[in-house]
Design a protein around this ligand. Structure first.
Ligand code: PLP
Length: 237
């Protein structure tokens, strides 16, 4: 699909310019920010063009779709589970995943620990925070996070690496800034208290609409779908 590859290359170049500008604005290095391409709206064939364009981190919101694409695409891809993970999907998701962004209950942490121990596998996770306090969103409430920390001391196969959030959609991304700033403050506070080998360093925040602001507020992982696949016809399935 040469035309699709050209389209993706153009979209990516535009996004890279915006990422670089946001980094510049606040004196961050481009390498501090990892672009995770969220491929839920495109086919495995289209997703499979990304590594050739320099994008090696791919994300899916539904585990079944992650399984499907991971099976179809090269093993060198680093997969990120960015959407809600049910406990009955852990077994198949664990061996495929580089990072689970969406750990939203203590129950899920414990189920992950149990299955990771069984598979003799270590898994890196982020705690999802419902920083915008929307009722329809998953995630820990900000004030719940500290009570989660003691639960982490007994884990041997799950390593918490940081926090993830989704800002409430707003036409003006400036309105998302307080959500991202809050996540940054929470991370800094928890970093002092988190027991090793956990470490609070990563902030997964920023989507197509608001990633520039998220980078300015300290995002280390941005999750982009729409803006990368603009013009690419969605999968018919
Ligand atoms: C779909 C999705 C994204 C990408 O969103 P866009 O607005 O399309 O860039 C990021 N994070 C999660 C959790 C998603 O489900």
């Amino acid at each position: 699909m040469p035309e699709v590859a050209d389209l993706l290359r153009d979209n990516l170049a535009r996004v890279e310019t915006q990422i670089a500008a946001a980094c510049d604005k606040v004196g961050r290095a481009r390498q501090e920010v990892t672009l995770v391409a969220v491929t839920k709206s495109v086919s495995p064939q289209v997703a499979g063009l990304l590594p050739g364009l320099g994008v090696h981190h791919l994300g899916e919101s539904r585990p079944q779709e992650l399984w499907r694409k991971a099976a179809a695409l090269p093993r060198s891809i680093h997969w990120h589970q960015v959407g809600h993970l049910q406990t009955n999907k852990i077994e198949r998701t664990l061996p495929l995943c580089q990072l689970i962004h969406s750990v939203d209950t203590v129950h899920l942490i414990q189920a992950l620990e149990k299955e990771a121990a069984r598979q003799q596998h270590t898994v890196d996770v982020l705690l999802e925070v419902n920083a915008s306090r929307e009722e329809n969103k998953h995630g820990f409430a900000p004030e719940q996070l500290e009570s989660v920390l003691p639960q982490l001391t007994s884990l041997q196969h799950v390593r918490v690496r940081g926090l993830m959030t989704m800002a409430a959609y707003d036409d003006d991304p400036e309105h998302c800034r307080p959500t991202f700033a809050l996540l940054r403050t929470l991370l800094d506070r928890l970093a002092q208290q988190v027991p090793p080998p956990h470490r609070m360093e990563d902030l997964s925040m920023g989507m197509s609409n608001d990633f520039a602001v998220a980078i300015e507020e300290g995002a280390t992982l941005i999750r982009l779908g729409t803006i990368l696949f603009e013009g690419v016809v969605p999968e018919a399935s």
